[in-house]
Design a protein around this ligand. Structure first.
Ligand code: COA
Length: 159
């Protein structure tokens, strides 16, 4: 893990790190639809933002973890896992009963990361990325078509 690292929620007047958010969602148009309805958390190392995630309320006591991203030069060192764990704690501490997220069928690394952090698969939204994105997305040589929804029931969650 990085030293001198803090994870903190941005105030409403602080601007979100769009280049990092674009690593997780290639459409700025889509990001702008949900950004102002979300809490923005950033990871700071020596006062530089190197990671981000969003938490958006999507129902009664239900929050969605969105747009988790780590700056490319800092990936593979445990920060992504620390951000997911932070998001789970933040949701639980704010009284949420569940945390959910959606990722692509082609996002192999992300599917591994979320399941290592305790997320369980819930449903598949077929053709989500075909319908909602102008350009086709490919990762790991796989066409990203379907959204895999994962979640944690926080009422029975223990680290
Ligand atoms: N198979 C199995 N596990 C894998 C894997 C693979 N192919 N690739 C990575 N992992 C695991 C790692 O082993 C690690 O688990 P471990 O600590 O038990 O070894 C875990 O994934 C997370 O690694 P970590 O170093 O914490 O991740 P990171 O700091 O690189 O951040 C992302 C992960 C996804 C946030 C980062 O790669 C990123 O910003 N990607 C671009 C944006 C993005 O895709 N966001 C998600 C949108 S759904």
């Amino acid at each position: 893990m990085q030293r001198n690292l803090t994870i903190t929620k941005l105030e409403n007047n602080e601007s979100a790190p769009m280049p990092l958010l674009l690593l997780a969602d290639p459409s700025e148009k889509n990001i702008l639809k949900y950004l102002n309805k979300s809490d923005v958390y950033v990871a700071l190392e020596n006062e530089v933002i190197i990671g981000v995630y969003l938490l958006k309320e999507i129902g009664p006591s239900k929050v969605e973890l969105m747009n988790i991203a780590v700056a490319e030069s800092h990936q593979g060192k445990g920060l992504g896992k620390a951000l997911v764990q932070h998001a789970i704690e933040a949701a639980k501490n704010s009284g949420m009963q569940s945390i959910e997220l959606g990722t692509g069928n082609s996002s192999i690394q992300q599917l591994a990361l979320y399941q290592k952090c305790g997320f369980r698969m819930k449903e598949i939204v077929h053709d989500f990325f075909v319908i909602n994105y102008d350009e086709p997305i490919f990762e790991n040589g796989i066409h990203c078509r379907d959204m895999v929804r994962l979640g944690i029931d926080l009422s029975s969650w223990a680290k």
